[in-house]
Each structure stands twice: as C-alpha cells, then as structure tokens.
Design a protein around this ligand. Structure first.
Ligand SMILES: [Zn+2]
Length: 301
C-alpha cells in the first residue's frame, strides 16, 4: 500500500515525532503493525543516519529492500529482531530526502511505502577568496586519463561495499588522535560561487605517525594515486567505506582483513598536499559524508 508519505512525514515532523506508525487502521488480513524510525530525527546535510524497522508483534518480515536518495539500503536484523541500516544525506541536500521501503512478508505479501525525511542543512564557513582559485597548470590529457581511471577504481570500492555483508560491529575509532586541521564540507567561494568542497576530514600528524583502521573491514584498494597519494580504501560492507590518503606508506595489502584500531599505514605527504596529514574519507556507497557523523553514530548506539 502507498501512503501519502510527504504529508505524513511533514505532519509528524511538525509534531516533532520521528517515528511513523504504519497500518494503524488495519484491514482484517493485514500484517501486524510495524514502526519505521530514523535517527537523528532530522539527519544533517552530508551526514550518516540510521533507519530502523521494528515489528510490534510476531516476526513475519522476511526481507526489506530500500533506497534513500540514490543509494540502496541494507537492512540487517539485530539481536532484538529490529531491522537496521545505515543511510546518508549527500552534501548539497538541504531540505529533504526520499526513502522507499518494500517489506516482504512470509506469506508472500509485499508492502511498498514512500517516506520523506526532513534534513537539517549544514552550516559551513566557506573560505572567501579574493582571487580566482589556482590549481597550478591545468592537467594534461595523460593526467586527466589517470585521474578518471583512479576515480573509477575508488568508485568500484563503493559498488563492492553495497554487495558485501556488513563486517563491522558498532566499534568505531578515530584513525588519529590529533588536531583537525580542516573539517568536512568546507568550500572555497569566489564571485559568490562555492567550488571544490572538502569531502574528507584532515587530521594533523608528522610523517611516520601511525594511522589506524576506523572499523573492522577488508582492504579493498591500496593504491598510489596522483591526487590522493598512497592510499588505503577499507570496505566495511553494508555500504560503508572509509579511505585514508597521503600516506608515507601502507602497512596492509589488498585482500587483508583489518580490525577496528589496527595500524594500516603511516602519515605522509604523498599526492597533492602542502604538508604531512591524514585526509580521512567516509562514504556510504558513493556518497561522501562527514566522518564525525560515523563517530557520533557509534557513540550513540
Ligand atoms: Zn583533506
């Protein structure tokens, strides 16, 4: 059945209620009611959030397939029987995001529901530039070809993460306990135009300092890229990817399984950088999100 989700979600949002109770006036043959909720109640622009589906009685749900924005969701059952998945609000999405849910029951019935999730727009202090941004000489055709090849390899990690079952528990560690030198989402403004948003978080360090895996996962890519330098991409499954750029060198190889907190590389200044630091990337699928939203989700579990 299809609910007028935008109306429902807007009404609930106005009341400050994040949970929507489905099937309140059930037909005699309808399935037991379920609760769909998400946290935070109004997820932030460029941030991760968690979606939960709970059956109020029985356990007749066999499977849930879903999408939020352009990304598939991966519901898995926790020990209490609640279905849970990560999801993400892309940078630039400031008012709402659509979520479609298809619930499949043991008796073969399917219910499709659309939701509108209201978003809290991000507040970013973009750097105002007086002169046009300079990137040195424009890339030649060989450099452009290399960059697109490397971008494709990185995107393939995201594709594989959508096909890999979730490997990580709720343990998440910051890959370096150090000063944040540049936050996620910051852009540069010239002539009123925002360009080149910063799609990771920079953590300070000296060349040779240890970088730790943020969560349990698999080393899906250990590359030497033009812009990202020596890098490691971890596929954590269930759509979650973390990546670590500008390493002096990697301490792991493709195919390795790593635990949260395990050393994976050393701080360096390889690739396009002005000094040694870690550029830390967190993605849900192809969507880059603020790494701090991964850390705070883990804390709130
Ligand atoms: Zn950076």
């Amino acid at each position: 059945m299809i609910y007028p989700a935008s109306v429902l979600a807007l009404a609930l949002g106005a009341l400050g209620i994040s949970e929507s109770l489905l099937a309140q006036d059930r037909l005699p043959d309808a399935e037991p009611p379920l609760v769909v909720s998400w946290a935070p109640e109004r997820p932030g622009e460029g941030e991760l959030f968690v979606v939960r589906v709970t059956e109020l009685e029985g356990d007749s749900i066999v499977r849930i397939t879903a999408r939020a924005g352009d990304e598939p969701l991966h519901f898995a059952r926790d020990v209490q029987g609640t279905f849970e998945t990560l999801a993400a609000v892309p940078l630039g999405v400031q008012s709402q995001i659509a979520m479609g849910l298809t619930v499949m029951y043991a008796n073969g019935r399917e219910e499709e529901t659309e939701y509108t999730i209201l978003v809290t727009p991000g507040i970013y202090n973009h750097r105002e530039l007086d002169v046009a941004p300079r990137f040195g000489s424009p890339p030649d055709s060989a450099q452009r070809a290399r960059r697109s090849r490397e971008a494709r390899r990185a995107a393939e990690v995201s594709t594989r993460s959508h096909r890999t079952p979730r490997m990580w528990g709720n343990e998440v560690v910051i890959p370096r306990e150090d000063r944040t030198t540049s936050i996620f989402g910051q852009g540069r403004v010239f002539n009123g135009q925002v360009s080149s948003r910063h799609t990771g978080m920079d953590l300070d360090g000296e060349t040779g300092d240890t970088i730790y895996a943020a969560a349990t996962g698999m080393v899906d890519l250990a590359g030497q890229f033009e812009l990202a330098g020596n890098n490691v991409y971890l596929n954590h499954g269930g759509g979650l990817v973390t990546a670590y750029f500008h390493m002096d060198r990697q301490l792991v190889a493709e195919g390795d399984t790593v635990q949260a907190g395990q050393p994976i590389g050393l701080i360096g200044e390889t690739g396009r950088v002005t000094g040694p630091h870690l550029h830390w990337v967190v993605r849900y699928g192809w969507t880059s999100v603020d790494p701090r939203s991964l850390l705070s989700l883990a804390v709130n579990e």
